[in-house]
Design a protein around this ligand. Structure first.
Ligand code: ADP
Ligand code: ZN
Length: 727
């Protein structure tokens, strides 16, 4: 231990809990820690893992401090990552410990992976040769070390044969280091021939990678234009410079095809990171990212908090996707935080989308981001022909939901032996059940929302809190038997209609309700891609990134859904989702069609999609945002106050409002009862803080919270900077 080490006697340690700053611990004699070291420390009656932080340790007599219990044998969290944690904490107004908690998600990975015992040939020969022994010698002739069961299996002998050979000194015991979770990718494994458009974008990306320094490039190109192909060139450039790379994807657990594509290009798969990964695998990925063995990670938003030590590029694919926003605990947008990460470390960030967010578009327009456009689909693939079906003129038959126009197109597609996709972003059978006799509506007891009927499971389910009950035969209010009616469609009901109309077609219903979880979903998606289904009925799960070569018809069952929910981004979101879904059609050059069932064919969103004039739509949306001072021209922060009683929640929200500081450029709206006024048994009130582009929103909200009353009893306050949801 160096005497001048700042932590010779005491060190600040950030622990994974909502404390405002690191705690100070004594460093025992003989232990060396540096900023970033991962350590085990006592915390109350428990022991937790924390990170040695940069702030000065408190000037306390070290003898009075509790000592660090253990410094793990783990590469320290690098300086940029520590600055990132502090930055995210300050920006989101979350305690730094809660951000660090996201970094410390794989506790078993703080210890090195164990080496395994292996066997290696010594060169000496056995005293007596048998058939089994000669098979073992043949199998192990490659000069490599083998595990005992591995060699027994390869040679087709029992392990006792191997033990016998070891006893004679034919094999020696060696230790085998842990295996990498993925092989190393090669930048030049299979470079593609790019089209001239693609080549100019690739050149731009390669140049920013070579130039070094922070930059953001937005790739704007329709589905199938080759965005992935092109950003792979940026990945190659970063790999050549020996950097680690992070590729963020919104539905990584389902985009199996992506991993294979990556392998075709780089000769090895990227490491995956998402919540469906087996725990052991998560630990190994975490550890190997920290050690630098893993070069490329393809992951969900939480991959931003992996302990990279040499990160040199982040790609955010489908950058407009709402899945990048985390809403519980630390509420952050992974796309925006990726840009921050690039700034801190000084490396390029690439955003890609067929329908970029208004935020990114404006950033590109104003010159903060470089814009790279990919105008058309690659090769002969053509965009689908898009049309609106006016549901007022072509209504479905009574009790049905598909217009005759759509049904007839499904029939034609079926005859051609091609696939149709019917898209409805609503799980279950029907969003509302009521009693025809007394009018009783089934509502969640804990939320202000209707229960959704799931007929397949025979249940009524709340999509907000998960409450479920058996669907009764009689009305609980008036007792009448068999007079409950389902109102409106969910995908199960559309499937029922399809099966009635096309009894011989192979139908697949796909949503997150599917039994068997992610594995089963992957299989179903692969089956669809192979053409093993004629009609697919699905939620947004089927919309994201998949390539279904035989799909030539996409029908949007309810294009108006999501337009009228009071969200300032409703039109933008609808446009993005519908464009993405219709983009599933026609990826291989055959003629394809997208039909939108709508009651508002003249709505700007429908007109933009049908005319293909996305530019006009964006221009109009951007002008409106600017006029009303909404993001990105102004800033928003949501404050949600919830409590077990309505009075408590409202009282606290009002008191917070009164404690708002005075500012010319920032004002507070509300409190108002939240649209989702009851959630999981808690009453909710919302305050909305609105400021200008350069306003100090964080300072304002922090002061408001500090001056306001402490949250007592059941009251909880959560802050959502740059909110995406207004429920
Ligand atoms: P996007 O990411 O914009 O949806 P992709 O990169 O997935 O587009 O490209 C769409 C399809 O076209 C993919 O199957 C891809 O392999 C193919 N493709 C695109 N560009 C090329 C190219 N230059 N050479 C070969 N295939 C390409
Ligand atoms: Zn509920």
């Amino acid at each position: 231990m160096r005497d001048d080490s700042p932590y010779a006697k005491a060190a600040p340690v950030l622990v994974p809990m909502p404390a405002p700053r690191p705690y100070t611990y004594a460093v025992p004699d003989g232990m060396t820690v540096v900023p970033g070291s991962i350590v085990r420390v006592p915390l109350g009656p428990r022991e937790v893992a924390g990170v040695v932080w940069d702030s000065a340790a408190d000037a306390v007599d070290p003898k009075k401090l509790r000592p660090i219990s253990e410094a793990f044998d783990c590469p320290p969290i690098d300086r940029d990552m520590r600055r990132f944690v502090d930055w995210v904490s300050a920006y989101t107004l979350s305690p730094p410990g809660m951000v660090a908690k996201m970094l410390l998600r794989a506790p078993a990975a703080f210890d090195p992976e164990p080496w395994t015992e292996g066997l290696k040939r010594t060169g000496s020969e056995p005293d007596r040769m048998t058939a089994a022994r000669s098979r073992v010698l043949e199998a192990s002739n490659d000069g490599f070390a083998w595990t005992r069961p591995g060699l027994a299996h390869a040679a087709g002998v029992s392990s006792t044969v191997i033990d016998g050979l070891r006893a004679q000194g034919v094999f020696e015991t060696v230790m085998i280091p842990p295996r990498p979770v993925v092989a190393a990718p090669e930048a030049g494994f299979a470079a593609p021939d790019l089209s001239p458009d693609q080549e100019s974008v690739a050149l731009m990306l390669r140049q920013s990678a070579l130039a070094g320094g922070a930059s953001v490039t937005l790739i704007d190109g329709v589905t199938g234009s080759g965005k992935t192909e092109v950003y792979f060139e940026a990945v190659a450039a970063a790999l050549e410079k020996d950097f680690q790379v992070l590729i963020l994807l919104p539905e990584i657990a389902l985009t199996h095809a992506f991993l294979e594509r990556f392998q075709d290009r780089f000769g090895a798969k990227p490491a995956e990171w998402h919540s469906d990964l087996a725990p052991r695998m998560r630990e190994r990925v975490w550890r190997q990212v920290a050690e630098g063995t893993v070069r490329v990670v393809a992951g969900a938003r939480s991959a931003l908090f992996l302990p990279f030590n040499k990160l040199g590029l982040i790609v955010v694919d489908e950058e407009h996707d709402p899945a990048y926003k985390q809403e519980d605990r630390v509420s952050y947008n992974a796309r925006d935080m990726a840009v921050v990460r690039g700034h801190i470390s000084g490396f390029p960030v690439v955003l890609a989308s067929a329908t970029p967010s208004i935020e990114s578009r404006v950033n590109a327009m104003q010159g903060r981001y470089a814009l790279a456009k990919l105008p058309g689909r690659f090769a002969e693939a053509a965009m689908p022909d898009l049309r609106a079906i006016d549901m007022r003129r072509n209504p479905p038959a009574r009790g049905k939901f598909l217009s005759p126009v759509l049904v007839s197109e499904i029939g034609k597609t079926l005859e051609r032996g091609e696939q149709s996709l019917l898209f409805l972003n609503r799980r279950g059978y029907a969003p509302l059940t009521l009693c025809r006799v007394c009018g009783h509506r089934f509502q969640c007891p804990d939320c202000s929302s209707w229960l959704v009927e799931h007929r397949f499971r025979g249940q009524l389910i709340c999509h907000h809190c998960g409450h479920n009950e058996k669907r009764p035969d009689a009305c609980p209010e008036c007792g009448t038997l068999d007079h409950l009616v389902a109102c409106g469609p969910g995908i199960e009901r559309i499937a029922e209609e399809v099966v009635a109309d096309f009894p011989d077609a192979r139908t697949i219903v796909l949503s997150s309700d599917i039994m068997g979880g992610v594995r089963r979903m992957r299989l179903e998606l692969e089956a669809i891609a192979k053409g093993e289904a004629d009609i697919v009925i699905g939620t947004q799960l089927v919309a994201k990134g998949h390539n279904f070569p035989n799909m030539t018809l996409v029908g949007i069952v309810d294009a108006d859904l999501g337009l009228a929910n009071g969200d300032p981004r409703a039109a933008e979101r609808t446009f993005q989702l519908l464009s993405q879904v219709t983009g599933r059609a026609g990826r291989t050059g055959r003629k394809s069609l997208g039909l939108l069932q709508t009651f508002q064919p003249d709505h700007p969103v429908m007109r933009a999609i049908v005319s293909g004039d996305a530019e006009a739509f964006y221009e109009r949306e951007i002008a409106e945002r600017e006029k009303s001072g909404l993001p990105p021209f102004g800033r928003l922060a949501g404050i949600i106050v919830s409590a077990v009683t309505r009075a408590e929640a409202e009282g606290h929200a009002r008191a917070l409002r009164r404690s708002a500081p005075r500012a010319a450029d920032i004002h507070v709206l509300g409190p108002a009862e939240a649209p989702l006024s009851l959630l999981a048994g808690r009453h909710r009130f919302r305050l909305l803080v609105q400021g200008e582009r350069r306003s100090d929103m964080q300072g304002f909200v922090r002061e408001m919270l500090e001056k306001g009353p402490r949250a007592r009893g059941s009251v909880r306050v959560s802050v959502d900077i740059d909110p995406q949801s207004f429920l």
